[in-house]
Design a protein around this ligand. Structure first.
Ligand code: TMP
Length: 212
């Protein structure tokens, strides 16, 4: 994408995205870069409303295709009103989840067609992709234990462990098909080690980007 850099952070539940995003934010801002922090689904008032619809538990089954379209509706809103304008102004964007999550959750998790998802991706993003994705990887059970200790579980977090095993496998297959696009970090280690690993892997890239 033109202008600023677009960085996304991905992982299954309880992987420590918030803590590590705050760490990455400090790393980037310490280099004098103007950074916008955002998240998906969400990132604008309307997209945050769609997030609530997606995450709230309900008695009615959320049809998987309806779920997929809602995710992309929120993404179109967020991309066009927040991400692209920020990048065009030369700001960088650090986003908690993006389309890799759709391939992992709706594709691998729900079993929807990856080709259909790729089709929606090209309609909504028109070829625009993150410059880099940090994939925080953790054993699914450990992550779910962390997530359930912190708050009431939302609609996704209430899924069975098998769902998250498929989601994690979905992420891994994204990583394997485009290794140059991902920084993979073992997030099951103690926080200090996780952050030192992020630093070691991310700083050289930051140096390269800022040298240009
Ligand atoms: P989180 O931001 O707290 O991780 O919650 C967002 C939830 O939404 C998470 O369980 C994953 C899910 N999600 C999808 O299923 N598809 C998507 O494309 C995105 C961005 C998130």
């Amino acid at each position: 994408m033109s202008g600023g850099k677009f960085i996304t952070v991905e992982g299954t539940e309880g992987v420590g995205k918030s803590t590590n995003i705050a760490f990455i934010q400090k790393l980037i801002e310490s280099r004098g870069v103007e950074l916008v922090i955002s998240r998906e689904p969400g990132g604008t008032p309307l997209a945050e409303e769609l997030r609530e619809i997606l995450l709230n538990k309900r008695d009615e089954l959320f049809d998987p295709t309806a779920e997929l379209l809602t995710v992309f509706a929120a993404r179109a809103q967020h991309l066009n009103s927040v991400i692209l304008p920020a990048l065009a102004q030369g700001k960088w964007v650090l986003c908690d989840r993006f389309t890799d999550a759709t391939f992992a959750y709706q594709g691998a998790g729900r079993g929807l067609s990856l080709d259909v998802i790729a089709g929606l991706e090209s309609i909504v993003q028109q070829g625009r992709q993150p410059d880099m994705t940090i994939f925080l990887d953790i054993d699914v059970r450990t992550g779910l234990e962390r997530a359930s200790a912190r708050a009431e579980l939302d609609r996704f977090e209430s899924e069975k462990i098998e769902f998250f095993e498929r989601v994690r496998a979905g992420y891994k297959s994204r990583v394997n098909s485009r290794p140059e696009k991902f920084l993979v970090v073992d997030a099951g280690k103690p926080l200090e080690e996780v952050q030192s690993s992020i630093l070691t892997k991310f700083e050289p890239l930051l140096d390269r980007w800022l040298a240009r």
